[in-house]
Design a protein around this ligand. Structure first.
Ligand SMILES: [Zn+2]
Length: 227
């Protein structure tokens, strides 16, 4: 029978002998638009943890199942191995397995592309924080190309302990808000699935005003009579 009693605010040892310190972890959500260097920040954080000998794990939801490389890669050229999160992965169970393998609690979980987590998986992350005192840092997008929240992001906004915005600048100088999907002509796409397998080059992050102006310009252009 598997019985594990965890009291996060007191020192205790669970059934498997895992030593649980007086830990108080946090669930973080660090969000930004595409191109705001979220992944670079995650990888820099991982590098710092490694230098200090801190235990951490990198994780990433798998969107394209044809992808064989379990690597988190930033456009500035740094990369690191990660574990895949599948749509049905129970992250709480995954953490328990990791703790049992290492016989200790992992200090930090770093999660890339957290917008693709399910709401249930975000709840599982919060339980890792509350039961074990690990820190979980989720990096991700706030909204999709239609400016609607992703499922994982919505749940993170609802229950994260700490929420930080990673800012980047539109070509006009304002803060980027929207991840616009573009077609081969550079026009904004208004319809389609929330997640499409494809390159990041199909997106451009812009401020809300530029997003609006461009859509108005496109609509008026399309309304012109064909001559
Ligand atoms: Zn702008």
């Amino acid at each position: 029978m598997r019985v594990t009693i965890i009291v996060a605010n007191f020192t205790s040892v669970n059934r498997n002998g895992i030593f649980i310190m007086n830990r108080k972890g946090k669930l973080y959500f660090r969000y930004g638009t595409m191109g705001s260097a979220k992944t670079a920040l995650l990888l820099t954080t991982a590098y710092n943890f490694e230098e200090r000998g801190m235990q951490y794990v990198c994780l990433k939801p798998i969107v394209d199942t044809r992808d064989n490389e379990n690597i988190i890669r930033s456009r500035i050229g740094i990369q690191r191995e990660c574990r895949w999160i599948y749509h049905d992965t129970d992250l709480y169970l995954l953490a328990q397995e990791l703790f049992e393998q290492t016989m200790s609690v992992i200090d930090w979980f770093l999660i890339d592309e957290a917008q693709f987590l399910t709401a249930e998986q975000v709840d599982q992350l919060s339980r890792i924080v509350d039961d074990y005192g690990s820190n979980v840092v989720c990096y991700g997008l706030r909204t999709d190309f239609k400016s609607n929240l992703f499922e994982g992001s919505r749940r993170l906004f609802e229950i994260a302990d700490t929420i930080d915005e990673i800012k980047s600048t539109c070509s006009c100088g304002r803060k980027t808000i929207i991840n616009a999907r573009i077609d081969q002509n550079g026009d904004f796409v208004e319809e389609g699935a929330q997640v499409e397998i494809g390159g990041d080059d199909r997106y451009i992050s812009v401020c809300r005003k530029c997003w609006r102006n461009k859509r108005i310009e496109q609509a008026s252009r399309n309304a012109l009579p064909f001559i």
